[in-house]
Write a new protein. Structure first.
Length: 169
């Protein structure tokens, strides 16, 4: 009898959890509209001599910072102001609050490349901060693992338009 109640409780809890994750048709339509707007913004041709072309990898010395635009896009900035937009393969929910990307690179040359996986986190998840009283767990892993896409050159105007499209939803 107790096992039956426990099983029923587990099924009901799982059902409620899945129902909370469901997305409404209106929200899905808005998401698709925003994605279409972003695709239109990124389809604008750029001067390849000035901005370069889409790349599979960036060398470690080619970028100085990154910034999450949303849970699917990361903007990398070079020391000379060049911008690359990386559209991740899937949404990375931990990305918005990230100050550090811990990349697990498949390249041996100090590069970050398409298909490399990473975990998004902040400075306080690094090992040298993981001492008492900050030591909450034994693992370095603090979030979901995400995967990089290609690095597409973008202009500051394109970045502003993409951020405006995202805010409009």
């Amino acid at each position: 009898m107790i096992a039956g109640k426990s099983c029923l409780l587990a099924v009901l809890s799982g059902t409620l959890f899945c129902a909370g994750c469901a997305i409404s048709p209106e929200a899905e339509d808005r998401r698709r509209a925003v994605e279409a707007d972003i695709e239109a913004i990124l389809s604008e041709p750029l001067d390849t001599e000035r901005f370069g072309t889409t790349r599979r990898c960036l060398a470690g010395h080619e970028y100085r910072s990154f910034r999450a635009i949303d849970d699917r896009r990361v903007l990398f900035e070079s020391r000379r102001g060049q911008l690359w937009l990386n559209t991740l393969r899937v949404r990375c929910l931990d990305l918005r609050d990230a100050t550090v990307l811990r990349v697990k690179s498949i390249s041996m040359f100090g590069r970050i490349c398409e298909m490399d996986s990473f975990e998004a986190g902040d400075w306080f998840t690094w090992p040298w901060y993981r001492r008492w009283p900050w030591h909450w767990g034994a693992s370095w892993s603090t979030g979901m693992t995400c995967s990089l896409g290609k690095f597409q050159p973008v202009t500051p105007d394109q970045v502003d338009a993409i951020e405006a499209a995202i805010r409009s939803k």
